[in-house]
Structure formats: structure tokens, C-alpha cells
Write a new protein. Structure first.
Lengths: 129, 421
């Protein structure tokens, strides 16, 4: 919908770094990508990355063996290639947590060869009900 | 029945109630926190996506991680926490409140000097928007879909239509897609999306989920389970246009059509509500028009950032713990139709702090808008905003001196779009 594919024209990117949601106008020039409309430097970095190699943090859940919490929430410890989101989500569908892990514990290492670990984001399993 | 005494009692252990109780405790008040669910954390427990805490902690946390920042402080505090406990009735005695609470140990009676409502908000359901058709399974709110998916670990749909573009609907469009369901599209009766722009971008565009504005669901089909919905375009008055109907096969209709502050208990003791926010009328300390009764978080007005919910809880908690009860000298705060609402709706002329923090939403999308605050024809404050959108709440600190607040005329908030350049 926002992909006009035409790299020579100005492209509007909505920054997702913070709640401001700046509308950043980007144009490709010989010396790189020019951005305007962002309120901070993180916006420029985001917009540039968005046009070259978009990255995302994936948040999802994995199954556990515990009836009081059949799933536990996880996320990638860092950003992964946007195109890998579905693959990583699918791979995490095969993970089964068998111990009462807590926030920050690694659930899967180097997921799908991204070099990024997947970590637990909740202490749900620690507080047995 | 034995009566237990507390200085401050907080109803609801979501982000607002957690912040309120911890702040009241820190100020030295004997504090009770009542939660009807098994665990504290409120809705954050099921909000496993990230983006929480950017304003407060400068980090992108998931809902459970954000809640843990507060829950983890409880064991080192003197806050008494009752989970699986439900407030069934409240009576007022002078400025004290008497609560009847159903707990695991039986019924308890509580006398509290200050009472804080941190009861959150509820989603609007199909009953409230009037969807026509059969009463079949498969019509539920985005929050319910989120509970099924993230807490129970059960995917509630294989192929769904989402009606309404509120933030939870957008978040669930992405979430269900990641779990392998097909989201046919998000349909919004209004001409613009209701959710935050960044959520439209990262939840819909990232996954090529179509967003259809000025379209709504006019009928549902199915006997035991939903089998299809009828979609139609709507005119500017949101009335369906004949001849534009299309039938979309799906097994679920997920609603993200707005949130309403939960104030059933507050209303039972006569707390005056604001018809615009559907929350209590409060002053800058989040005290309602009943002395000793406070409201905060989404029970006060629906926020889009949890960071402000926590802030609102802390303001209520600090004020509720304070023993001082001087005359407030309330000045009304009003807004015209250029704003959806303004909170707080009163400010105290006798407050020690001159800085007041207001929260407002514009009534429509505005570029280059000027906000003015006047009192009795005098301009007290003005500020320019490059963009204002109704889904994006603005937080506005304003310095107001006692001289400026003299007299009973209300403070009037007004927005006006300036000519370009």
C-alpha cells in the first residue's frame, strides 16, 4: 500500500521507533538517502534502514508443557530481517518449553540463522498458580 | 463483621493501579490493592507485543515486561495485595468509603480514607454497534482474540475479517497472521484509521493486510459458527450505501470498535462522569468531585500509551496518600467542538504546583494547528502543533499562576487550523 516502488521519487515512511510516528519524506540521491520531517536522528536511521534493509523485532509466543500457562511470550533479542518474520514465527511453532523459565532466558539460539536469539519476555511461568 | 482500616485502597492492579498503590505506599500510606484476577498486570499480561515504556524507560518493552517493572517492586513495599478479590459494593460515610470485598477467605469489609478507581476500560461489543444477522459463534472482540492467542495458546480463527481499526485490532491483525491465520482485511467505517499511524504501518503494511476505510460490516451469516460477513461502503454519515454489498467468507468477525472506561462502581457512589471521556470528572490531582475518591488510567480516559497510564496512577496515588484536605477552589476546564475532550476537567486554584498537565485529543486531523487557552476573554496560553490526529493523545504541561486563575470563569481550550505559510 505504501510501496510505490519508484525509488527516484520522494517516498513517505512512517517512523515506528517511538510514539510520535513521524512522517519522514525520503529521496534517493547520488550521495545517499535524504530524509526530512523526522523529529530526531533515530528517525533518519530508521528511514534509511527501511529503504535499504528493513529490520524488525518479532514478538510472539511459544508452547509450554505447563497447564497453568500453555504458552509464554517471547521476542527476538535484537532485530531481524523483515522478510524473515514469517519464517521465524513458523520455526518457533516447533519450540516446546519444558522448564519454568523467566524473563530474559534464551528459548532458541541463532533462530533461522539470523544470528539473533529468542528470549522469554514474561515471568508467568515463575509464579505458579 | 470485622472492619479493616486502610489509608488508601486501590481497585484494579493493572498499570494504573500498580503505580497508584506503589506511590501511595512510598508516601507512607497504609495501602491495599484489590485485583479480581489471579495475577496483577491487567491487560498488559496479554499484550505480548513491544513498544511499551518508550517514554518512561526509553526502552521498547513487551506488556508483561513493562508490568514486571512495577510488580517486582511489590514484595519490597508494604502494599497489601489481594488477588482473586472482587469489590461488590461501596458505601460512603462522610469522606470515608466502606467497601464490601469478596475474597478467597470470605467476605471482608474495608474502611478506607481514600479510594482510587483504577478499573481500566472495556471493549465495545457487537451489541453496542448493532451488527445484524444470526447469533452465531465467531463474533468476538480483538481483546478476546488476544486472550485466546497469547494466554490460552489457542488460535481462535483460520480466516477472519477485522471490523474497526483501533490499535488492538491492528495488533491482532499482525498477531493472527504470524500464527498462520488469514486476515482478509481490516474494515473501518470512518474515512481514516482509528489506531496509531505507526501501528497501521508495522501491523498492516508489513504483512500486506489491506485496510478498507469507509466500509463496514452490515450482516453476519452462519448457524452454529460464522460462515461469512456482508461488507458495504458507507456514506459520510456512516450509513451503508445500497448496491455496494459484498459477501466475504470467514470463520470469525473480530471487533476493534472502541474502548469505554469502566465506571460501574464509581457510578454506584455517585461520582460525576464526563460525557465526553466517559470517565470521572477530576482535578489535576485526579481527585473526583467526591472528596477522597480518585480515578486514574483508562478508567479516567482511554490512553494510547501505558506510560501515561502509569503517570496518572502515580498522580492519584500521591494525592490520595496526602493527609492535607484544604478547600480546592475548583475552576472548570472546558473545550469546544475542536477538541474531543480535555482532562482534567477542573483545576484547583489553591494547588501548590503551578504546572498543570492536560491531556487532549483533537476532534479531527489538523495540520499546523494553534491551541489556545482563554479565561474570561484573556489569553493565558497558546501553542502550535504541526500535526494533530484524534487517535494520538497529546500531553500538554502548562504553567498557570494563581492570578491567572482568579475568578470563576472556566478555562476554555480551543484549536484552530492556521493558514499554510
Amino acid at each position: 500500500m505504501n510501496d510505490n516502488g519508484n525509488t527516484n521519487q520522494a517516498k513517505e515512511i512512517i517512523c515506528i521507533v517511538c510514539p510520535n510516528g513521524c512522517r519522514i519524506s525520503c529521496t534517493k540521491a547520488a550521495d545517499g538517502i535524504h530524509c526530512s520531517g523526522q523529529k530526531c536522528k533515530r528517525g533518519e536511521a530508521y528511514a534509511t534502514a527501511e529503504l535499504t534493509h528493513p529490520m524488525r523485532t518479532l514478538t510472539t509466543s511459544v508452547r509450554t508443557i505447563f497447564p497453568d500457562s500453555p504458552v509464554v511470550s517471547v521476542r527476538t533479542a535484537g532485530e531481524i530481517d523483515k522478510s524473515k518474520l514469517m519464517d521465524v514465527s513458523k520455526a518457533l511453532g516447533k519450540v516446546l518449553v519444558k522448564t519454568r523459565i523467566h524473563t530474559g532466558d534464551v528459548v532458541a539460539e541463532n533462530i533461522c540463522g539470523t544470528g539473533v536469539n529468542v528470549i522469554c519476555t514474561s515471568d508467568r511461568l515463575m509464579h505458579q498458580q | 463483621m470485622e472492619e479493616l482500616q486502610f489509608d488508601v485502597t486501590v481497585i484494579g492492579a493493572g498499570p494504573a493501579g500498580l503505580a497508584a498503590s506503589l506511590t501511595a505506599d512510598k508516601a507512607g500510606a497504609k495501602t491495599l490493592l484489590i485485583e479480581r484476577e489471579t495475577r496483577p498486570g491487567g491487560i498488559l499480561k496479554q499484550c505480548i507485543h513491544d513498544g511499551f515504556g518508550l517514554v518512561r524507560f526509553g526502552e521498547k518493552l513487551s506488556g508483561p515486561e513493562y508490568a514486571a517493572r512495577f510488580i517486582d517492586r511489590l514484595p519490597n513495599s508494604d502494599v497489601t495485595v489481594w488477588t482473586l478479590s472482587f469489590v461488590s459494593a461501596i458505601q460512603r460515610e462522610q469522606d470515608d468509603s466502606i467497601l464490601t470485598v469478596i475474597t478467597r477467605e470470605g467476605i471482608r469489609r474495608i474502611r478506607t480514607h481514600a479510594l482510587i478507581f483504577a478499573t481500566g476500560c472495556r471493549e465495545r461489543t457487537s451489541r453496542q454497534i448493532g451488527v445484524h444477522g444470526r447469533h452465531c459463534a465467531g463474533v468476538f472482540t480483538a481483546g478476546t482474540a488476544q486472550y485466546y492467542t497469547n494466554i490460552l495458546g489457542e488460535l481462535p480463527t483460520k480466516r477472519c475479517v477485522i471490523l474497526g481499526s483501533g490499535d488492538i485490532g491492528l495488533i491482532m491483525a499482525r498477531r493472527l497472521t504470524l500464527e498462520g491465520a488469514q486476515v482478509v482485511g481490516v474494515y473501518e467505517a470512518k474515512p481514516t484509521p482509528s489506531g496509531l499511524t505507526r501501528n497501521v504501518s508495522q501491523c498492516l503494511w508489513d504483512f500486506e493486510i489491506p485496510l478498507h476505510t469507509s466500509k463496514t460490516v452490515t450482516r453476519v451469516f452462519g448457524d452454529a459458527r460464522l460462515t461469512a460477513v456482508e461488507i458495504a461502503s458507507v456514506d459520510p454519515c456512516m450509513c451503508p450505501i445500497a448496491g455496494t454489498e459484498e459477501i466475504i467468507p470467514c470463520d470469525a468477525l473480530i471487533l476493534s470498535v472502541g474502548l469505554i472506561p469502566e465506571n460501574e462502581l464509581a457510578e454506584s457512589i455517585g461520582v460525576p462522569l464526563d460525557s465526553k471521556t466517559k470517565g470521572a470528572v477530576v482535578d489535576e490531582r485526579n481527585e473526583t468531585l467526591l472528596r477522597g475518591v480518585f480515578a486514574c488510567g483508562n478508567a479516567l480516559h482511554v490512553n494510547d500509551l501505558v506510560d501515561y497510564v502509569s503517570e496518572s496512577g502515580e498522580i492519584a496515588g500521591a494525592a490520595a496518600a496526602s493527609k492535607e484536605k484544604k478547600c480546592r477552589g475548583l475552576v472548570p476546564v472546558e473545550c469546544d467542538q475542536s477538541l474531543l475532550y480535555i482532562v482534567p476537567q477542573r483545576i484547583s486554584r489553591n494547588a501548590e504546583m503551578q504546572e498543570r498537565v492536560f491531556f487532549f485529543r483533537s476532534a479531527k486531523d489538523m495540520d499546523n494547528a494553534m491551541l489556545t487557552i482563554t479565561k474570561g476573554g484573556n489569553l493565558l496560553f497558546s501553542k502550535r502543533f504541526s500535526h494533530l490526529r484524534p487517535p494520538e493523545m497529546e500531553r500538554l504541561p502548562v504553567l498557570l499562576t494563581p492570578e491567572q486563575l482568579f475568578g470563576n470563569e472556566p478555562l476554555r481550550f480551543h484549536l484552530e487550523e492556521l493558514d499554510h505559510e
